[in-house]
Design a protein. Sequence first.
Length: 565
Amino acid sequence: MADFKDFSITKTALLDSGTVSESDFARAETLAAQDNIAFTEAVVRLEILSEEEVTRVIADALGFPYVDLSKETVAPEFLAEIPEVVARKNQIVPFKKDAEGLHLAMADPINLEISDFIARKEGMPVKVYMATERDIENTLERYGGGLSDALKKTLELAEKAVSDGGEPPIVNIVRDILSFAYQNRASDVHIEPREDIDSVIRFRIDGVLHDVALLPQSLHNQVISRIKVLARLQTDEHQKPQDGKIEFPIEREKVDVRVSLVPIMEGEKVVMRLLSERSRRFSLANLGMDEQDLKKIHDAYEKPYGMVLATGPTGCGKTTSLYTILKILNERNVNIMTIEDPVEYDLEGVNQIQVNTKANLTFATGLRSILRQDPNIILVGEIRDKETANIAINLAMTGHLVLSTLHTNDAATAIPRFVDLGVEPFLIASTVNSILAQRLVRKIHSGCRASEEISAEDVANRVGWEATQKVFGVSKKDAKKKKITLYRGKGCEACRGTGFEGRIGMFEVLVMDDEIKKAIMKNQEAGSIAELAKSRGMRTMLEDGLEKVKIGLTTLDEVLGATKA
């Protein structure tokens, strides 16, 4: 983030807004000095405020309007008003032109020299807004046409080089694939060989795979070899799966790329997961957790010992939630250890261990070693077997805070899952502080969101009468006369016609109070425990998702697709 020359403006703005306390301010100042980063960047890293919240506060203090560029349809002709090199250097975006003049978004709006220069150059007034650096960077990627076209052009030139008897620019191809994926907020890159035809390059964006380009068959093996070199894998091994990691520098940050190679019938397939710094800048509130559930989780991880579990299927954001908690707990006076497979993110100040089965470093053996390292807080990437479950439970009983994940459909099902792993019910009741279950759904793109009226009866037929009354306030007897306002994304250039941009979590938090503990020790089934938890204030994932539908964050289809699967 930009750091303003007049530091007192930033300090006064944040303190006067009431969003940052004196102690938080001191923490951010210390981190900024230690890591030699902007103060505003430190505020975001420490999860005190999000980048958008910081920018809004400072914009208000400086007297500039704030603009969310993700809600603006920025036409290419507006971008063409300012040379790309000037826009990138000064972090500015021209996003609209009307009777008021040229509307200009800036990361540092007090840079009057550049705004005055543009006003003189264009011969019209310039209205300055403040925007986040991330919004500006994402918008600037639209210079020079579609990035997909640029990638396709690189591949076409490479194929021509091969046909002319020359050497294809494999280094550039791999670089462009990763750069394009990063710029399009892709979480994963798939390169899939196909029999007798070109390989396909696909990106997973907001949880959905999209075909992006075709990789000429003649280049597939060379691209795979280049990826192997970057990930320090065996280039002459083609019959066994291999896993590695690439550190890929992009603009002002480093992206960790996790590489997985597997042999399939048509050749070697690679999946690369992009783990960027900007993707980690989340608080639990930013992830979509409401105040009621936030308090429950806060109370659970503030205890000096016990266990906090995150449950759900692969790819639902469990690790992100636990890492977010770790970042909050990560202070100099505690020793935090993790055992993971694989290590998702590098966390400064946290001792992270990578599972290595070849060296007999499993979750169970790693946990035994961690115990001798005098830890306060332990993260276990996943509890998969009886041995790991029992060691984790024992650690939680002996004065350690343990964070871990389980693959279960909802919070209550985690309890019989633990019993299946050989953990006694009384141990579960006495050690587990809370269980968090979650899913991810796509967010409606706010720039093209539209509302529509749906019959309450139609909604109830899909989600049930109980949820319809609880969330939308419509009873069964009134349903035929009532309409419910739902939302959808119409699709626009900014969201690539999908109607969605980004994802948000749906959550349910089961707190281990006395009544729940009694039910567990009586070995009651998951359904009974879930009903008891609901009667004691637990909001289900479906209800949480419907609340997000109600306020226009996501669609009914997204919620039902995630909860009914």
